[in-house]
Write a protein that binds this ligand. Sequence first.
Ligand code: ATP
Ligand code: MG
Length: 144
Amino acid sequence: MNTVTKNEKETIQFGKKFAKTLKGGEVVLLIGDLGAGKTTFVKGAAKGFGIKKNITSPTFVLLKVYKVESSKLKVKELIHIDTYRGLGLADLENIGALEYFGREDTVCFVEWGLGLEKYLKNAKIRIYKIEIKNLDIDKRQITF
Ligand SMILES: Nc1ncnc2c1ncn2[C@@H]1O[C@H](COP(=O)(O)OP(=O)(O)OP(=O)(O)O)[C@@H](O)[C@H]1O
Ligand SMILES: [Mg+2]
């Protein structure tokens, strides 16, 4: 699938729509340059799960856990990870990230997460790869 968004708001809307298709247990790998809109997409996804808390970049804290309040949904937590600083598998294990992957009551979003693809595939965890490309100042191409 392929879409072009014209502004931040549209990327948030798209992330929201995407999140509603998730069943739980998926890991979403977000690919794209600095400022492409990866965090913005996760903001939208959080909205899709009814999370009211503002999503901020986990660049310095590495991992954030957001509770899903709705009792109707199977997904109870949205995990947001940023591996930009070169976090590898061992680091992710140390910060307790690995235990979230593939759990049916969580969905995980990993910025710069392409390096995890092989590991996740071996573990038979369902992954999505979402690539966000800068087309213009406010224009982004989102492919997955
Ligand atoms: N169509 C668009 N979609 C998403 N963001 C947009 C769009 N147009 C402009 N922007 C702006 O681009 C920036 C995207 O920032 P964001 O933090 O989401 O990027 P990122 O990919 O997470 O960057 P980083 O690699 O630093 O984590 C925001 O300032 C946002 O307002
Ligand atoms: Mg970001």
